[in-house]
Design a protein. Structure first.
Length: 439
């Protein structure tokens, strides 16, 4: 259980820790959940919280909200680490929580990065959540639908927290300059424009914004008892400034386009540069991995089927270990795709098929390949004349699978690149056989 000690020195704590909101009135952001009359605020103010999971990016207040809830309900607060706590530790704490319950005391168990707990660890919480021994509050940056056990997830309400807006972060930074826990006892000269630049630099992360502010103030020019933050100081303290870009803006799309087109042009050096530009600027590696996986089928396809396998493996590696370790996995995929033979035959094939599908939505499925699970359907000739390819020596039939209006239409036109030449030869053999054995 977390308890303050006599020896704690608040002045030595980072600014973000000193300014941690003590109540909802000091909390910045998440107005969709904590605004007047909103659901989470009503639950907290009414002391009627149940087990819940906060899902959102770093630095948006997940841990802070858990602490506010604990203070509001006067509950014992237990902070669990998903990295260092095993099943033995969980069960020990649960026994303590059960004792508290018998004495009428609530216990809130906060698990940061709950997605890092394995299934057995998550299961250890279940019986205690079910009988109300604990109120479990989990925090995660990953989609809980995939990372939290279904049985545990069904007993928790999921609240989605959003990245803070630059205006909200600027408000928080202004408060830090006047709050006694922050720089309220100092004279700090920093313009509103600079505060907004720090807010934009933080990219929705309050902890990052406060850390940057602390750095620029501590490195400011002190004279006559006043600290002045210059543009040069700000630039030095945000050394990645030239790399950063708005993830929702034009530069975001320019850089991913540069990566894609460098790989398409078989230029691994350029591709690695644009990859590094994005990752070092703070881009989500899973976003890059998704785009790389798309490229594997759009621009390489069956010219090298292993390209997709390697791209998916890189995505899984990014998901498993995150930054900065996963940079090498993405680099491997990007270089492989750059050097792989190129074919957009699958991309153009789907485009042609999509056009016909949209323009001829009402085309009936040929009776011969319809499913016939009922007697009535069989009487209506569903599935009549169906030919099971495995019953033939060649594993081929001349059965018609396209609607009459699209008969003879060709979508997939393989190239002579890489392994796709084999698929081209195989497709020609199939079509020649069907033409020869057509009725």
């Amino acid at each position: 259980m977390e308890q303050p000690t006599f020896f704690e020195n608040n002045a030595s704590q980072p600014l973000a820790a000193r300014l941690r909101p003590r109540g909802l009135d000091e909390f910045v952001g998440q107005t969709h959940l904590l605004g007047e009359g909103k659901v989470l605020r009503r639950l907290i103010e009414g002391d009627s919280v149940s087990s819940m999971i906060f899902w959102g990016p770093p630095g948006v207040g997940k841990t802070t909200l858990a602490r506010i809830i604990a203070n509001r309900t006067k509950a014992a607060f237990i902070d669990f680490s998903a990295v260092t706590s095993g099943i033995k530790e969980i069960r020990g704490v649960m026994r303590e929580a059960e004792k508290n319950r018998l004495y009428g005391e609530k216990t809130i168990v906060f698990v940061d990065e709950i997605h890092r707990f394995n299934k057995a660890q998550q299961d250890a919480f279940l019986p205690f959540v079910e009988k109300g021994s604990i109120i479990l509050i989990g925090a995660t940056t990953e989609n809980p639908s995939f990372e939290v056990n279904g049985a545990l997830l069904s007993r928790c309400k999921v609240f989605v927290l959003q990245a803070l807006k630059p205006e909200e972060l600027a408000e928080l930074l202004s408060r830090a300059l006047t709050d006694p826990r922050g720089f309220g006892g100092m004279k700090v000269d920093i313009s509103a424009e600079m505060l907004m630049r720090i807010a934009i630099f933080a990219n929705g992360d309050a902890r990052s914004a406060l850390s940057t502010l602390e750095m620029v103030v501590l490195n400011g020019e002190e004279k006559d008892g006043k600290i002045t933050v210059t543009a040069e100081t700000l630039e030095q303290c945000t050394s990645k400034k030239s790399l950063l870009y708005d993830k929702n803006g034009e530069e975001h799309y320019n850089l991913i386009s540069a990566l894609h087109k460098s790989m398409r042009n078989s230029d691994p050096d350029a591709a690695l540069y644009w990859l590094a530009r994005m990752l070092e600027a703070g881009e989500d590696p899973l976003y890059v991995a998704r785009r790389v996986t798309r490229f594997a089928s759009e621009d390489v396809g069956l010219a090298d089927p292993r390209a997709l396998e390697l791209s998916v493996a890189a995505y899984q590696a990014c998901h498993l270990i995150g930054m900065p370790e996963c940079t090498v996995h993405l680099a491997e995929a990007v270089v492989y795709l750059s050097l792989a033979p190129k074919s957009n035959a699958l991309y153009t094939a789907y485009g042609r098929a999509r056009k016909d599908a949209l323009e001829q939505l009402a085309e009936p499925v040929p009776l011969v390949i319809r499913n016939a699970p009922t007697k009535l359907m069989k009487e209506l000739d569903y599935g009549k004349g169906y030919q099971y390819a495995h019953d033939t020596e060649e594993k081929l039939t001349n059965m018609q699978c396209l609607p009459d209006s699209l008969l003879g239409r060709e979508y997939y036109l393989p190239t002579d690149q890489g392994l796709e030449v084999r698929f081209k030869e195989r497709l020609k053999q199939i079509k020649d056989w069907k033409k020869k054995h057509s009725e």
